[in-house]
Design a protein around this ligand. Sequence first.
Ligand SMILES: [Zn+2]
Length: 268
Amino acid sequence: MNAPTPAELVLLDLGIDSPADIDLEAIAWTLGARVRYRPLDSCEARIIGKDDQAIITINCRSSSRRQRFSLAHELGHWRYHRNRILVCRSDEIGRAGEGQTLTERTADNYAADLLMPWYLFRPMVRTYAKINFRNIRVIADAFDTSITSTAIRLVDSGQFPTMLVSHGPQGRRWFTRAHDVPQRWFPRAELDSESFAFGILFGSSADDHMPRKIGADAWFDRRDADQFEIQEQTVRVANDEILTLLLITEPRMLEDWESRSSNSRRPR
Ligand SMILES: [Zn+2]
C-alpha cells in the first residue's frame, strides 16, 4: 500500500475511519480555515490566507456536493499555496479540462484525497465485480461526492480497465483512463453518430441503464479499432455535459506494445 498523502494524513490524524465521518467544516477548522457561504457571481470559491489563518468563501448557490468539492479544493490551496489570495472559477475546480494549471490540478488532487481517501475508497470499490454508473452512484452517495469526481476516482483506482470521457455540444472536454489502458486508445474529439452517447447528448435518449456493447471504432479513430468491441454507458451530468464510461473488455486491446500511461486530460 502506498504511503498516505498529505490529505489522507489529516484524516488519519483525526481518526477518521468511515466516509460518513469526513466532516469538512470541522477539518477546515482544525487547519485554521474559517468557511463562509455567500452568493458568488464571478467564481465558485476563494481563499484569503495569511500566516495560520484563512477565510474560505464558497458559492452557496451551487449544489451541496459541488460546494463540498470546492471547500476541499480550497483546503488544497491552503496546504500547498499558503499566503496567497486565490479565486477559483467554476471551470477551474474539478472540471477544468485540458488547460488546467498545475496549481488547480494540485488543489483538485488534494480534494479527491480528502473526500475519497484511498484507504476508504479502494476497499469499497473492491466489493464490486463490475463497474457501471449505478455502482458509481452508490459510492458517490457513501462519500457525498459528485458522480463526476467519483467516476474519475474510480478510473484512477486502476481496479477496472476503463476510460471516462466528457463531452459537451462542442465536442470532447476531457478524458481520463486507467493505468492499464494503453495510450494508443485515444478517444475521438467529436462524438460518432453511431455511439449511444450521441443520442443522449443531441437527441432525446435517456441515460443508459447499463453498459452496452458497441464497436470500438465508434470511439477510437484507429485503423484496428473495428476489430474490437467495447462497452459504453453514458449519463447526463449537466444540461450541456454528458459523461461516458468505456469498459475495455477485450484483452488484446490492453496488450502493451507501446508505453503505457496513466494520464489524461481532465477535470474533476
Ligand atoms: Zn483553485
